[in-house]
Design a protein around this ligand. Structure first.
Ligand code: CAO
Length: 424
């Protein structure tokens, strides 16, 4: 039995943030029923398409293990079905723009009255405040949550990161909120509202930068390269390039082949406990006792010189050769892996972190599997549903509607266009 088996989710999510959350719950065994607009469905089905007439990878990679039902919620019969789902499901998850749910009549008060056990989980761009009514996408959240102002180099523009910390990051936060509310319900018998704002989710992941903001009030941030370069600090946390965000200085350094390979680099951390080993490996044994290099505080104003010297060594090795040598001495380091290398990495395939999935209209594709491994509830990744693939099945088997009611719903067009035989 899967960890969340028996939990029914009304998945009213779209694009990335919400679907990330419900996909995780589906991987843990919940029955996730995605409600989509007839005809088009989740807008991502048709975005960034690479194979004609097939759901995009954008959609397939965010909607595994779910069922799909098409329902026009602007049709009264469609809303009737939606309310049946509210009565039947344990959790409703949504990430519409602010106000959409209320306009549908699905207010928290009404949902709670109809099904007091239901948990209603929402993602919005912002929490209550000046921007609460705004529509938000990934990069907006990265900018408003403090990630962009602290990412990049001091002399360059603020940068967004490729990691989808606004969308997928908030989806993860919401999933935790939902399972916590489900656990709470086992004591209280009642559902509750779970809200996650993308700005808050990003800020939570930028916690160390708010730490540094406060440290700045007590003097320069000595582990930032800027300190050794003699550049004064302003009144806000600066962009720190590839400096480590922790107490052990680190940098991205060139490796053999960097002139032609954009990913021939390694992240190298000068962890204090292995400093002597680092000195031996790079051929600077004198630094072990030299007062200018022997202790961490002495090294902070000299990071550029030190990493420059280490780089002379890393440039004589491929990133994988350097990894092998450094790991032998327990020196923390990591290769800069390209997506191509990750896609081909056997160990990630072996653990199910990268999986190959077969799809009826697109064929085989790679996806990221469940990064969270439960020993008693392993994840089997199943393909995403076609649009409306499970409409009839859900009306019949989940909502237990009789044939007459199903016929009336179908006839109303609430589940999709009504096809009629041409007039004689
Ligand atoms: N049948 C009929 N209508 C439906 C429907 C269905 N099954 N499902 C949704 N709709 C309608 C809604 O009723 C709503 O219409 P109204 O505005 O008339 O009430 C509309 O579709 C939904 O709209 P939306 O405003 O949520 O969608 P959008 O494409 O304009 O905005 C987004 C998208 C993501 C900017 C917005 O949903 C949002 O800000 N969400 C919260 C933050 C978030 O999750 N952002 C991350 C997205 S991933 O990058």
């Amino acid at each position: 039995m899967k960890a969340l088996e028996g939990v029914k989710i009304l998945d009213f999510t779209h694009v990335q943030s919400g679907p990330t959350c419900t996909q995780l719950l589906a991987w843990f065994g919940a029955d996730v029923i995605k409600v989509e607009r007839p005809g088009t469905g989740d807008i991502t089905r048709g975005q960034l398409c690479d194979v004609p007439d097939a759901d995009s990878l954008y959609f397939t990679m965010l909607n595994h293990n779910k069922r799909s039902i098409t329902l026009d919620t602007k049709n009264p019969k469609g809303m009737e079905v939606l309310w049946e789902m509210v009565k039947t499901c344990d959790v409703m998850v949504e990430n519409f723009a602010p106000g959409v749910l209320d306009r549908m009549g699905l207010t928290w008060a009404k949902v709670h009255e109809v099904n007091p056990r239901m948990i209603v989980a929402s993602i919005k761009g912002f929490g209550p405040g000046p921007y609460e009514d705004c529509k938000v996408y990934e990069n907006v959240a990265q900018c408003a949550g403090g990630a962009a102002s602290t990412t990049g180099f001091r002399d360059g523009l603020p940068l967004v990161t490729g990691a989808q910390i606004g969308d997928s990051g908030t989806g993860l936060h919401l999933a935790l909120g939902i399972v916590t509310a489900l656990y709470h319900r086992t004591h209280s018998g009642l559902g509750q509202k779970v809200d996650c704002a993308m700005q808050d989710g990003v800020l939570n992941l930028c916690r160390v930068k708010l730490r540094d903001q406060q440290r700045l009030g007590h003097g320069p941030l000595k582990e930032y390269s800027q300190f050794g370069e003699g550049e004064p600090f302003g009144d806000a946390v600066p962009r720190a390039g590839n400096d480590s965000g922790g107490g052990q200085p680190g940098r991205i350094l060139k490796c053999k082949g960097w002139e032609t390979d954009p990913n021939a680099y390694i992240y190298f951390i000068t962890q204090a406990p292995v400093w002597e080993k680092i000195c031996d490996v790079i051929g600077e044994p004198g630094w072990k006792t030299d007062p200018n290099y022997a202790k961490p505080p002495a090294r902070l104003p000299r990071l550029n010189e030190i990493f420059g010297r280490i780089e002379q060594w890393t440039m004589s090795k491929s990133k994988f050769e350097a990894m092998d040598i450094l790991n032998e001495y327990d020196i923390p380091c990591g290769p800069i892996l390209s997506m191509k290398e990750i896609a081909e990495e056997k160990s990630l395939r072996d653990t199910g972190t990268v999986v190959e999935v077969d799809h009826p209209t697109r064929g085989k594709y790679l996806s990221v599997g469940n990064p969270i491994k439960l020993s008693n509830s392993p994840t089997e990744v199943r393909r995403s549903p076609l649009l409306g693939e499970h409409t009839e099945e859900v009306l019949r088997d989940v909502l237990k509607l009789d044939e007459g009611r199903i016929a009336a719903i179908t006839e109303s067009g609430a589940t999709g266009a009504v096809t009629r035989a041409a007039a004689e």
